[in-house]
Design a protein around this ligand. Structure first.
Ligand code: NAD
Ligand code: MG
Length: 385
């Protein structure tokens, strides 16, 4: 039996992870499951999987969680420090799938104490990539990417090193691929949330529509794999069948194909280095017909250019980029700024924030960079950009 924990269990990635774990009750012993505020679902999951601990991030919900778990052997806990303590319980495999910057310290706690960190929380790499890699290296922790593109790249690279010439990230183009840029100024959160291919959480769905998600994935690629910014490309592939590609110095390209179902990359990380039968639809190429590709239009998707700028800046620019993007998304969700203003906010914050003196290996410096960037994003929305 392998001891496993899932942080962000009530979210889209978390539920898909538990779906796979629940299918093999004899293989897994569930230690900790966490949720943000959805106490009813968390309690249901924890009871069904006989978890040792259920952790709700909001401290004021402890009473509700206790009541929902009454009569079961699951131990209820609540609050941010309880969550970080639970993430530090040694297990064989832990999923980090809380959304946003809140996931970084969870990933670090897992990396310090557990054997394998399955990483869905891309913010961990974008904001604290150098620190997280060092902690994994120092502790001999295996880091397996769960983001579908990075799982695809990991699988395509195999054991290759210097032979890798380019990494080609595929992007669906999201719901606004054919939208008129003028109409995009007025796009609403509801329209932005309607992703054509993937069923995901609210924040990542809107980030997909703006391509901020792809921009994050470019930064994630840079943190995970040993390539320079110039070696990372983005290509629009609306069918989302190719999950990313790796080009080698002999001109060959390896592509990873599969259905758009996150249980693919999650299952790969759960069973690595083995491959096991997964409950995924099998591709029927005749039914698919054609796979198409196009270059992204920088005017329509300014987030990609901001990612290049962030890689050139280096250091903690990724933390600034992410915080500005998260704050801009909150402003958009509150309907205080328009859809295209999110990129304007991030551009403003990157131009205003100097983190060149910061230490990328120091968590306090990462947290400070995040906090400063959020203040600047608020400033941008107030003063105009
Ligand atoms: P989601 O919003 O569906 O779920 C997020 C989870 O985190 C929930 O359990 C929520 O309760 C919890 N949470 C939210 N804020 C929290 C906080 N401050 N403290 C503790 N817990 C908190 O998100 P998701 O779509 O599952 O994405 C999770 C992560 O995985 C994100 O970083 C996302 O970018 C990444 N990711 C998601 C997908 C996908 O298909 N959904 C694909 C690739 C990567
Ligand atoms: Mg992805």
């Amino acid at each position: 039996m392998r001891r496993v924990s899932v942080f962000g269990a009530t979210g889209s990635i978390g539920q898909n992870t538990l779906d796979l774990i629940a299918r093999r009750p004899d293989d897994f012993n569930v230690v900790a499951l966490s949720g943000g505020a959805n106490v009813a679902l968390l309690a249901e999951q924890a009871k069904a999987l006989r978890a040792e601990y259920a952790i709700v991030a909001r401290e004021d919900l402890l009473g509700d969680l206790r009541a929902a778990l009454a009569g079961s052997a699951v131990k209820p806990v609540a609050g941010r420090s309880a969550l970080l303590e639970a993430a530090a319980i040694p297990v064989d495999w832990a999923m980090s799938s809380v959304v946003g910057f809140a996931g970084l310290e969870i990933s670090l706690a897992i990396a310090r104490n557990s054997k394998t960190l399955a990483l869905a929380n891309k913010e961990s790499l974008v904001c604290g990539g150098a620190l997280l890699s060092k902690v994994c290296q120092d502790n001999g922790t295996c880091l397996l990417p769960v983001d579908s593109e990075h799982s695809a790249i990991f699988q395509c690279i195999g054991g290759a090193g210097k032979e890798v010439e380019r990494i080609i990230l595929t992007a669906s183009g999201g719901p606004f691929l054919h939208a008129d840029p003028k109409a995009l100024e007025r796009a609403t959160p509801e329209q932005a949330m309607a992703h054509p291919n993937w069923d995901m959480g609210q924040r990542i769905s809107i980030d997909s529509a703006s391509m901020f998600n792809k921009a994050m994935e470019v930064l994630e690629t840079h943190a995970l794999f040993d390539v320079s910014p110039e070696q990372i490309e983005v290509i629009i592939h609306p069918q989302s069948i190719i999950h990313s590609m790796v080009g080698f110095t002999d001109g060959a390209i390896m592509a990873h194909l599969g259905p758009a179902d996150m249980r693919g990359p999650i299952g790969f990380a759960l069973n690595w280095p083995d491959r096991v039968d997964l409950p995924l639809e099998r591709l029927d190429f005749g039914a698919l017909g054609a796979l198409s590709f196009q270059h992204p239009d920088p005017a329509q998707f300014p987030a990609l250019e901001l990612a290049s700028q962030t890689m050139q800046m280096g250091g903690l620019a990724g933390a600034v980029f992410n915080a500005a993007k998260e704050a801009a998304l909150d402003l958009f969700l509150d309907r205080r700024i328009g859809f295209l203003d999110m990129a304007r906010v991030v551009r403003y914050v990157l131009a205003q924030t100097d983190v060149s003196g910061s230490d990328t290996l120091n968590i306090k410096d990462v947290i400070d960079a995040d906090a400063i960037a959020r203040v600047r994003a608020g400033e941008a929305a107030q003063k105009g950009f």
